[in-house]
Design a protein around this ligand. Sequence first.
Ligand SMILES: Cc1cc2nc3c(=O)[nH]c(=O)nc-3n(C[C@H](O)[C@H](O)[C@H](O)COP(=O)(O)OP(=O)(O)OC[C@H]3O[C@@H](n4cnc5c(N)ncnc54)[C@H](O)[C@@H]3O)c2cc1C
Length: 396
Amino acid sequence: MAPVADVAIIGGGPAGGITALALARRGLAVVLLDRARFPREKLCGDFVHPLGVDALRRLDLLAEIAPHGQSLAGMLIVSPQGREVFARFPGGPGLSVSRAVLDDVILRAAARAGADVRAPLAAQHIARQRRWQIRTEAGMVEARFLVGADGLRSRVAGAVGRRRPPRADWFAVGMYIRGLPRHPGFGEMHLAAGSYCGVSSFPDGRANVTMVLPRAWLRPGLARRRSDPLPLATFLAHFPRLHPRLGAASARGPLRATGPLFAHQGPVAGDGVLLVGDAAATTDPLTGLGVSFAVTGGLAAADAIAQAFARRDLSAPALAVYARWHRDRLGGLRAILHLASWLPRTRLIEPLARAWQRDPALAARFLGVLADAAPAREVLNPHYIARVLRSCISSR
Ligand SMILES: Cc1cc2nc3c(=O)[nH]c(=O)nc-3n(C[C@H](O)[C@H](O)[C@H](O)COP(=O)(O)OP(=O)(O)OC[C@H]3O[C@@H](n4cnc5c(N)ncnc54)[C@H](O)[C@@H]3O)c2cc1C
């Protein structure tokens, strides 16, 4: 019979990979399953905010990842009418790096630390007797503790009593292209009413263009993808500073699509089980925070699990520290997320962009909050709002 692992992790994205790495470095017996063959691409904007970069540095992973990516001083935010705001990250730089590189480096580090990484291998069925039992094509995997790092459509989520909310009407499309004129050192976030599009550029000349859009935009864009010179061109017509730059660009990979996007609701930990990364909570891709949350969440999860093993208590109350971490991280962000997705649909966005153009420190502060480097009260306060209003009035 195969030995019983201390911890089985389902999912080898950044959340599962970091959890496996941190637990293996603490000497726990970890088995990680992912149905994908790595390295693999994943539909993602490929931005890692300074918070995530810092965590990767502390884990000694950055030196291996950074040469494949592009350091980011900040983000270019483009308003629906095409107003350009260069906002710098407060503190250290961010990074653009493809998920093919990032996730693979993390998984290889986890394996070097002693984790038993099995990929491609899907978890087909999960049950609990005395131990967790995960059925796979290659036999049963047994473990004392289970981590659900299996992303947006988590199977493990049901095991801690999570519910899927009603179907959301948000989808995402994206592809790698070559030949797009770049803004060196800046990621790009183009806003439209009801949609947005991120652009990450890489040292090898490729750019990753990823867009989140309502269902109503999906069908016409997909219908035109074969006749357009670039399969993404129809989708990008909504972005006045992006579409005209497509001129000489050519596809460097397939058009990918996913959706609907949604977020589970409910607890993130139960007896002998915990969720991490997107399985625990999705953040709006607009923030570009998902990977950073997956990395820092993986570290928080590993701390909580290691403590629970040390105390020989794997119950839900023993994992409360992790549930608190989650609440604290996401709690402050919620208000700013609502604001960030509401503003581009209103007329306020253009005067706001004008104010940010005039006073880049205001834009940097907003970006710092959105990137979770500063608390929401940094912008949700009368002083900040008064400065924005003053800047709006003086720039009329
Ligand atoms: C359009 C879009 C753009 C985004 N852009 C950004 C961005 O620029 N920056 C950012 O930080 N975040 C971004 N995000 C969010 C980010 O992609 C996620 O937050 C991040 O991938 C979460 O990592 P994870 O490890 O939790 O899950 P994932 O990366 O989704 O990994 C889950 C893994 O689980 C595996 N799996 C699932 N089911 C099983 C099973 N039954 N058996 C075995 N394996 C299984 C999958 O193969 C997968 O590898 C974006 C999201 C979207 C949708």
